[in-house]
Design a protein around this ligand. Structure first.
Ligand code: BDP
Length: 720
């Protein structure tokens, strides 16, 4: 009987060597505790667990503790329904446990806000109890995950108390999932939302997905592609969405949908979607009411309008505020919000694309309803390997601004390359905006500490799919993890986050940590070097965005590479100073004044803002051309070094994960060489100068590189 049970658990992927390291369990892989002292402490805690109330989230806590106890101790925990005095681990909200907390203690916990928690030791009638106390049931779940993570990474100390709370209110994943289960820019298989078989069939993955998100504090998810299909707003589809919302609710996760602006025409059979039309207003009010009837805590809508062919208010000569407010008014009686994307640009307007969002939204400052958040990509172009922060951050005073990061690596090696994005996000979040105050940072705008905005949001475009390990590349999990951590606290350090992830994923051996951390921490810079060094951008292959394409030209100008690199026989780069497009002026004067001078512009952004001669002298004393060559070459060499670091771990990482990462690093090296060789051969046709002696001479024929086609590369938008 016992054996049968074990086989069953193995089948579920909960224990056992066969599936133990296929990556399915993410960072929630509760491995046996080797440290004897910790083992004893945890055994004791799990031998008597008491809940001080009843709540659906407590059931989820109980489930998690069962899983964890099986993994850590190979035994079931004991939950007691009566007599808390004889238990060890107490779980409840501040209110439920108030009789055991002094006034000061209660005030301290309360000040952490609805999602904040405290964990530590409580002494009651001379006896010690360990308590997980949240200001809400979901906060108590967060405390539980935090406890489990600390046990798993061997940092748990029952004598040290810990408090925590999220700095950002909405911590959200944006899925770009289509209703046919393809995923736009998805590289990890198909969509995990099995629309066709919902609501009847409920994939167990939905629960594991919710657990993983809750363990990071992610509390919102938009299920559908921003290039939206109005079909999701039909009643039968809302029934399917309701199943997911019901599963996610006890994990503290709210569901959002993308709303297609023309839905009144497509779904409501109206002739117009004009936001000022009363029939249109009624359509949205009715649709929203129908959704709330099924899902009372529905979050609201995420909208891409008048961008890349999506319908929007401009069709009716209305501005973005009028469009967003239409939906905001329909949602506000139910407490819902509108997340309106600032990623808008028009090819009819002959204006540097960098400037278009600010030109559009700055004049609308103060015109959006309070339940509208403008979701702004980290940079002004489009999730490029490296961008300076978007000038809209700090440029408006009376508009809620949220951050949109891209977790899926559309422009950073997709799911083939190991690129840890924590460092890139940290760079953005810690950038100084100088507005509204001299010390303001992007993080301070996002979390409201500098901007004073009430609604705060960090969104990440999901990298999740049906692949067994969720993210295609095992290290893609680190990016999901890092996103969650930074959404919780945008001031956290990328290095610290990587350390935590490594310990949870690979265990705690010292050498392993330093090697993998070095590999991760240098990986983004390496990719920037072999793809788009020194501020170059938008040089990828056309439409699928796979591999290099600095030669892409023809068709819509701002979808070509030539528009961005502007190389000619004299030099290279995009002049965005006052003598060029003037986009630099959209930043605070502390930035625009200084960076107008190439000598004072950080070299990582040099060609983003300046068009410079090939012989321009760099800080190193090399010419610009030489420095471009050296950067491309260095990127390749770092990619090779990354594989050396990994290979040194062969005996410390299990065979399955070792081989998975090792093979992908092999492809990454080839792709890095491909980027370097083709890009340098291409740019040399303008620079007309020899390659520096110290780099490997780029091999191959430029014509061959140009002729490569990838019609079946993953993640391509249908109809593109
Ligand atoms: C671009 C993607 C495109 C998305 C767009 C967006 O290539 O597939 O639709 O972003 O953010 O980077 O809407």
């Amino acid at each position: 009987m016992k054996n049968l049970f074990l086989i069953y658990l193995c089948f579920l992927g909960m224990i056992g060597p066969s599936l133990a390291h296929d990556g399915y369990k993410l960072w929630l892989d509760y491995q046996p505790i080797e440290h004897p002292e910790l083992n004893q402490t945890v055994s004791e805690l799990f031998s008597g667990i008491f809940f001080f109330g009843k709540n659906p989230s407590y059931q989820m806590i109980q489930n998690e503790l069962e899983l964890a106890s099986q993994g850590f101790l190979n035994s079931a925990p004991t939950f007691r329904a009566e007599r808390f005095e004889s238990t060890k681990l107490w779980i409840g909200t501040r209110e439920e446990l108030s009789q055991f907390l002094g006034l000061e203690h209660q005030t301290k916990i309360k000040s952490l806000g609805a999602e904040g928690y405290w964990r530590g030791t409580i002494i009651h009638e001379g006896k010690n109890y360990y308590a997980l106390i949240g200001n809400s049931a979901v906060a108590t779940l967060y405390a539980t995950f935090d406890l489990l993570k600390s046990i798993q990474s061997n940092t748990f100390d029952k004598n040290t108390e810990k408090t925590d709370f999220p700095k950002v209110k909405l911590r959200m994943l944006n899925h770009w999932d289509n209703l046919d289960r393809t995923v736009e820019r998805g590289y990890a298989g198909f969509s995990i939302w099995d629309w066709h078989r919902l609501p009847g069939y409920v994939d167990p993955r939905y629960v594991d997905y919710a657990r993983a998100n809750a363990s990071l504090g992610i509390n919102a998810v938009s299920l559908t592609n921003v290039n939206a299909n109005a079909w999701i707003l039909r009643e039968d589809f809302v029934e399917k969405v309701k199943v997911l919302a019901d599963i996610f609710r006890p994990y503290g996760i709210q569901v959002f949908l993308t709303a297609r602006f023309s839905a009144p025409i497509e779904m409501g059979k109206l002739e117009t979607a004009d936001p000022l039309d009363q029939e249109v207003q009624k359509f949205w009010k009715d649709r929203v009411a129908m959704i709330y009837k099924a899902i009372p805590d529905f979050g609201g809508f995420l909208v891409k309008a008048n961008s890349e062919g999506q319908p929007g208010p401009h069709e009716y000569n209305r501005d973005h505020a009028t469009g967003a407010n239409l939906l905001a008014d329909a949602l506000s009686p139910h407490g819902g919000i509108v997340i309106w994307r600032a990623f808008v640009y028009s090819h009819e307007i002959d204006e540097d694309r960098h400037k278009q969002a600010n030109l559009e939204f700055e004049p609308l400052d103060g015109k959006f309803r309070d339940n509208v958040i403008l979701q702004v990509k980290n940079g002004a172009i489009d999730f490029q390997p490296r961008e300076p922060f978007h000038p809209l951050f700090g440029a408006v005073e009376n508009t809620n601004l949220g951050m949109e990061f891209q977790i899926t690596q559309e422009y950073l090696g997709q799911a083939t390359q190991l690129v840890y994005l924590g460092t890139m996000w940290e760079e953005i979040l810690q950038s100084k905006t100088y507005r509204p105050t001299d010390s303001s940072t992007v993080a301070g705008i996002i979390d409201g500490s500098d901007s004073k905005q009430n609604h705060t949001l960090m969104a990440g475009v999901s990298n999740i799919g049906t692949d067994r390990n969720w993210t295609g590349h095992l290290f893609g999990q680190a990016n999901w993890f890092a996103f969650g951590q930074l959404a919780w606290d945008p001031d956290r350090s990328a290095a610290q986050i990587s350390e935590e992830w490594i310990k949870l994923t690979f265990g705690q051996k010292e050498g392993l940590l330093t090697q993998i951390q070095e590999l991760m921490m240098g990986s983004h810079e390496a990719a920037v070097n072999y793809m788009t060094p020194l501020g170059l951008h938008h040089l990828m292959g056309r439409s699928h965005h796979y591999g290099p394409g600095p030669w892409v030209e023809g068709g819509r100008a701002d979808w070509t590479s030539l528009y961005y690199h502007r190389a000619d026989s004299l030099g290279i780069g995009f002049d965005r100073t006052a003598s060029g497009s003037g986009a630099l002026n959209q930043y605070a004067s502390q930035i625009s004044r200084v960076w107008s001078d190439p000598k004072q512009t950080p070299e990582k952004f040099l060609l983003w803002f300046h068009h410079l001669a090939w012989d321009y002298e760099m800080k190193s004393g090399n010419t610009l051309w030489e420095e471009i060559c050296l950067h491309y070459d260095k990127g390749v060499k770092t990619a090779r070094h990354m594989r050396d670091l990994w290979r040194a771990l062969e005996n410390q990482v299990d065979a399955a994960r070792f081989s998975h990462v090792d093979q992908l690093l092999g492809i990454q090296i080839e792709e890095a060489e491909w980027w370097r060789n083709s890009s340098l051969l291409y740019f040399q046709t303008f620079a007309n100068r020899p390659f520096p002696e110290s780099i490997e001479k780029p091999e191959g024929e430029l014509e061959f590189f140009k002729q490569q086609r990838f019609p079946f590369a993953p993640g391509i938008r249908p109809n593109w």
